[in-house]
Design a binder for this molecule. Structure first.
Ligand code: PMP
Length: 286
């Protein structure tokens, strides 16, 4: 049975879904996206993803085509139609498809392109890598200066992921001026002497929805959190390291550039935070 996707107000089988060749998302990466996890058929951290979508659109002078309630019902309908138990909903909004290619933005009344689809991932929260941890390499952060906007310009992060794979690792941490910014598609953390350290919010990183929920969990159980940039040297000398993202939740990082982090095994803080986060987010899933 083929997947049912959503394009501009219509639910239809994926083979029948089409987008114009003049779509600004296709020609210029002029679009934003969100990824929301589904566990037990329910959406995880949905209000956060909706709020960040609104912010990304605002930062790019794009009109939000739907209210939060409409976005919620679109997500729910797709999850139901595709009987997704565990997986994710991908959502993309682009500046639409003007009649021709032009660097100038199209008139404001050009309808945006809205696409949503689901990806089924049975057992998403029980992925084996949560037990073994990820090995990361480091690469220079060559992205543009507004990494806080969740745009579909994902070529460099995608190249970073391939560099990691070629090196036999799972992901790449990006480094700017000697300081770690974030992973290719996740936020980066180290733990030293019981303190959780992660880069502060700025234009340099995506404001992760999982980051904010995990830091809240950490503070609720009196773990100490420092939001500041950390260097690669600090990361190499850390007791443990981990990443967060909507689709991977919390994953321990056990090696950086081939050197073990701490004991080289998943750390206690990351393991505890993963359990706390999953419990908390499932309790508030909608
Ligand atoms: N940083 C980057 C660069 C990302 O692509 C992502 C995931 N899209 C994240 C961080 C994590 O954000 P979230 O927790 O909202 O998935």
């Amino acid at each position: 049975m083929s997947r049912i996707v959503h394009v501009n107000g219509t639910f239809l089988p994926e083979e029948e879904a089409t987008i114009s060749i003049f779509d600004r998302g296709f020609l210029m990466s002029d679009g934003v996206y969100e990824v929301t996890s589904v566990l037990g058929g329910k959406l995880i951290d949905f209000p956060g993803h909706c709020a960040r979508l609104a912010r990304s659109l605002r930062e790019l002078d794009m009109v939000n085509p739907h209210s939060d309630a409409e976005w919620l019902s679109l997500h729910r309908e797709l999850v139901t139609r595709n009987a997704v138990e565990d997986g994710l909903v991908y959502l993309q909004v682009t500046r639409g498809a003007p009649p021709d290619r032009d660097f100038v933005f199209p008139p404001e009344d050009t309808p945006p392109t809205v696409v949503l689809f689901t990806q089924s991932r049975p057992g998403l929260a029980d992925a084996p890598y949560a037990q073994t941890g990820w090995r990361v390499i480091t690469i220079p952060d060559l992205r543009w200066g507004r990494c806080d906007i969740k745009t579909v310009q994902l070529l460099y992060p995608s190249m970073g992921k391939m560099m990691a794979k070629k090196a036999g690792a799972d992901d790449a941490w990006m480094v700017r001026d000697g300081m770690v910014t974030e992973g290719t598609s996740n936020n980066a953390y180290i733990v030293k002497d019981g303190r959780i350290i992660t880069r502060e919010l700025s234009h340099d990183i995506l404001h992760g929805i999982t980051r904010s929920a995990v830091l809240k969990c950490a503070r609720e159980v009196q773990m100490s959190v420092e939001e500041r940039a950390f260097s690669l040297e600090e990361a190499l000398a850390a007791d443990e390291a981990f990443i967060t993202s909507a689709s991977a939740f919390v994953v321990p990082v056990v090696a950086i550039d081939g050197a073990p982090v701490g004991s080289g095994q998943p750390g206690g803080v990351a393991t505890r935070l993963r359990a706390l986060y999953l419990e908390e987010s499932r309790a508030h899933a909608m």
